[in-house]
Every structure is written in C-alpha cells, then in structure tokens.
Design a protein around this ligand. Structure first.
Ligand SMILES: Nc1nc2c(ncn2[C@@H]2O[C@H](COP(=O)(O)OP(=O)(O)OP(=O)(O)O)[C@@H](O)[C@H]2O)c(=O)[nH]1
Length: 359
C-alpha cells in the first residue's frame, strides 16, 4: 500500500483552521478522511464542531490537553500509531495543529522510521487571519503578548508550503496586495498563496498537493541529529535553518532545529470555565467582548446553555460570533486562551456580568 498523505493545517488562534477544514470535508464526500484535531485547551471544542457535521466519510480524532509536541510530551505518537493500524481505511489524513503550535513537531514524527514508510507529508497550509495581519497587532495585549504572538505567527508562516489568506470577505484588492506583500516579507520561502473567501478553498488546493514525497526522499530525509543532553537554543536562528520550503532543494528536519522552535513559552495559558445555570444568549457575547478588552484574552470558545437550545460562541479577540441550535446542555463550558490571563479575575468578571456562578 502507498504511503498515506498527510496535510497539516496550521495558523494562529482563531484564524479559521476548523472552519476551513469543515468546508473541505463537506466538499469531499468521495474521500475517506481522518482528521486529528489538536487543541491547546483541555476541552476540544473544534473536534466537537467538526463532529457535529456528522460526515460519514470522516473520522475525527481529538488530541486535547496540549500541543502536538516532541518526544514523550506528546500524545500525538500513540494517536498516529492507532491510525497506522487502520490506515487502509483512509485516503488522506488531515492534522489541525493548535493555534499555538509550530508544525515542525509533526514533521519529526512523520519522518521517524516507525511512520516514514506509511505516511508522507503532503503539504502544510498556514491559515492567516488577514484583517489581523493587516492590523499589525493585538489590541490590549501589551508588549510581551504582542511579541509572543508575532514570533509564533512568523514561525507558522515560515514552515508553511501554502499560506491561505482567510477572512478576506470585506477586504479590498489593495488590502490583499498589502497582505501578500506582508506574508512574502515575513516568509520569503512560502511557495503558494491562496485566497479563501469565507474560509472556502478548492479541495484541489488543499488535498493531494504532493509537495513533499518522492523528490523528498532527499527532501524529507530522516532526522539528522538527535538532541544532545544540555543542548541549548542557538542565539542566531539562521544558523539552524533546516528548512527551505521555497524550493525543492533538500531540507532535513534536524531535531536541533525543532527543539529550538519548541522552547515552551509558559506565558500562554488556557483554562475552561463552567456554569450550570442558564445564560442570556444576547448578553453573553457582549460580555465576552468586554472581557477581551479588559484582559489579554486572545481566544474564547465553547458552548452555552441558553433558552431555546445550545449557543456556540467563538471569540477571536473582541470579535464574537454566535450560533444557537436546538438542543440541551447540562452546563455551559467556555475555553479561554491568552497570554498571562488571570483565571480568578476572568471568573469574577464573568460571574458578575452574567449574574451566574462560573468556576
Ligand atoms: N468573517 C469571517 N469569519 C471567519 C472566517 N473563517 C473563520 N471565521 C470565524 O472565525 C472564528 C474562528 O474560526 P475557527 O475556524 O474556529 O478558527 P481556528 O483557527 O480553528 O481556531 P483555534 O483552533 O482556536 O485556533 C469563527 O467564529 C469563524 O466563524 C472567514 O473567512 N470570514
């Protein structure tokens, strides 16, 4: 059996990865797909959203409670191992990395001799929140938060084959040209730039790109060197550049390179808050918007128990989208992700503003 192609979908918090994947799944009923969804928070909201589409040709596998990471820190390897046993049932694997991950950890695992004969990287797509890119910063985040966001954002672009400019519905041609210029300046080696109107992309531009693979026996060779005890990140990142996605030249995913990018930034925090009491569907989004102005909350998402059903809430900074569907829910659950956010303060404001107990 041929190697199963793997498409990695990366991109910053809330850029539209799940929405884009959901659309691709809907457009490819003839493909048997496995989707591994990795979330930073302990609760996998994206997996639940994809699963709610009830697409029979897809299997959704949650990878919650952390990042796809290196070595023992990750539950990615057992998940892939499990998929490997049943790989004849799938035509393609999609991996949605968490919004705080750099996709290189995935490459290292795929290149491991245990998996290299069975899986091959097809392409890595980086989904970009284009208005955010053009805005240039995260309001209310403070300098440390902005620096952390920028460095992650740049690293995700750097490791992409295809950059997808998303959320462009309301943008002008001039904005798009500016965004393209910005991406090219940040990541000169990116091969393709695609425009996604409303997070929709032709599946031909997403699956089966074969950007790695054959030429990549050299291109994606085995890991060159294992991390040494005591090896520290180099000061000059350029000397560690094991990537050249902009051309078809050989590049090896050196473990030291990856270790460099995988230095944990403990400033990123996530917590889930729950409330058993019903919520006001009209007020809750306004309260979330207010929370994002008061605190460095970059992303909030989850489900609320409201009159008439279940409300899905999706906040990216101060932009909050909601949708209410019929159904029942025992308790509302919201995941908050931010840079140095204070759980107690968020609980106090949320409980006060909603007049309900959140914990
Ligand atoms: N206006 C607009 N909104 C979009 C578009 N794509 C996604 N969104 C919205 O952006 C929010 C975040 O989308 P997701 O697909 O959950 O983003 P994500 O990258 O999977 O988020 P994380 O996994 O938390 O990093 C949701 O409210 C989407 O409806 C788009 O093209 N246009």
């Amino acid at each position: 059996m041929n190697q199963t192609p793997v498409t990695v979908v990366t991109g910053f918090l809330g850029s539209g990865k799940t929405t884009l994947i959901s659309d691709v799944l809907g457009q490819t009923p003839d493909r048997r797909l496995a989707v591994i969804v990795n979330e930073f928070g302990e609760k996998n909201v994206d997996g639940a959203i994809l699963r709610s589409e009830q697409l029979e040709h897809c299997e959704i596998l949650d990878l919650e409670g952390g990042l796809i990471a290196y070595a023992e820190a990750s539950n990615f390897v057992p998940t892939l191992r499990e998929l490997q046993k049943r790989r004849h049932r799938f035509d393609h694997v999609l991996i949605e990395t968490s919004g705080l991950a750099v996709p290189t950890a995935v490459y290292v695992v795929l290149e491991n001799p245990e998996f290299a004969a069975d899986f091959v990287l097809d392409a890595t797509l980086a989904v970009v929140d284009t208005p955010l890119l053009l805005g240039g910063d995260f309001e209310n985040g403070g300098e440390a938060s902005q620096a952390a966001v920028q460095s992650l954002f740049d690293a995700q672009l750097e490791h992409a084959d295809v950059v997808v400019l998303n959320k462009i519905d309301a943008l002008t041609e001039y904005d798009l040209l500016r965004a393209e210029g910005d991406v090219r300046a940040r990541a000169p080696k990116v091969r393709f730039l695609e425009l996604a109107y409303g997070a929709k992309l032709d599946p031909q531009l997403t699956l089966g790109l074969k950007l790695h693979g054959l030429q990549g026996a050299a291109h994606h060779g085995p890991v060159r060197s294992a991390p040494q005890d005591g090896s520290a990140p180099l000061e000059d990142q350029a000397t560690l550049d094991g990537h050249s996605h902009g051309d078809l030249g050989a590049h090896l995913h050196s473990m030291s390179t990856h270790m460099h990018f995988h230095v944990h930034d403990t400033g990123w925090q996530s917590f889930t808050l729950k409330s058993a009491q019903p919520q006001d569907a009209a007020r809750l989004p306004i309260i979330l918007e207010d929370l994002a102005r008061k605190f460095p909350v970059l992303r909030a998402k989850g489900f609320a128990r409201v009159a008439g059903g279940v409300q899905t809430l999706q906040a990216v900074r101060t932009r909050v989208d909601t949708e209410t569907r019929p159904g029942t829910l025992d308790a509302s659950e919201l995941v908050f992700i931010g840079y140095h956010i204070n759980r107690k303060k968020v609980i106090a404001v949320l409980s006060g503003a909603t007049g309900t107990v959140w914990e």
